[in-house]
Design a protein around this ligand. Structure first.
Ligand code: MG
Length: 193
């Protein structure tokens, strides 16, 4: 596991805001094998107004250190991408696409095997720099997605859940006026695709 200073500092933030580690939804199942994204009703989330999803990679979509989707999740993953749209489902990992992924080799491989963009970011989850990179990505879409239209799926409280709750607690500043290209005038988002 990489050294993650933003994650190490989370307990200090919890002293002020202990609810940061509380997930909105916990996936439950009959057996250990079914506590995964197959339990998520993506069409229902879309009907409720959600328009995009952020996914952690390890232990949510793949086995750690592997780039291929867990075979049992193929149908659920396809349904998720078809529901929100292929560009509206973003993988944000503290391995693939991070500064530890030299040359973005793992990000390219994961993006290929999972048919989804992988965020390239220099700061690890749950840092605000990483949050800004996520926001920049969704703001760059033809139909921008706001924080309150995003679902964040992850297995770690101190990274995925804290990141989601920080996004909810501290809304993004007003979206800058679009440039002539239709993209925001500031902010940057790089993905492997
Ligand atoms: Mg994980």
């Amino acid at each position: 596991m990489p050294f993650n200073l933003p994650g190490i500092l989370v307990p200090f933030h919890l002293l002020v805001h202990p609810r940061l580690v509380l997930p909105a939804i916990v996936v439950k199942g009959q057996t250990q094998h079914y506590k995964d994204i197959r339990q998520i009703d993506f069409p229902a989330l879309y009907s409720a107004g959600y328009r995009g999803a952020v996914f952690d990679k390890d232990n949510c979509l793949t086995v750690p250190h592997e780039d291929r989707l867990v075979p049992e999740l193929v149908d659920a993953w396809r349904e998720c991408r078809e529901t929100f749209g292929p560009d509206n489902v973003l993988i944000v990992s503290n391995t693939a696409g991070s500064h530890l992924d030299i040359g973005s080799i793992e990000a390219e491989s994961v993006s290929h095997h999972l048919s989804a963009p992988v965020l390239r970011h220099s700061a690890l989850k749950p840092s605000y720099a990483c949050i800004n990179a996520v926001r920049a990505y969704f703001a760059s879409l033809p139909r921008p997605v706001r924080d309150d239209e995003l679902v964040v799926v992850g297995d770690r409280l101190f990274t995925d859940v804290v990141m989601a709750n920080r996004m909810a607690r501290r809304p993004a500043p007003r979206t800058p006026a679009p440039s002539r290209s239709g993209r925001p005038a500031s902010g940057s988002a790089r993905t492997a695709r």
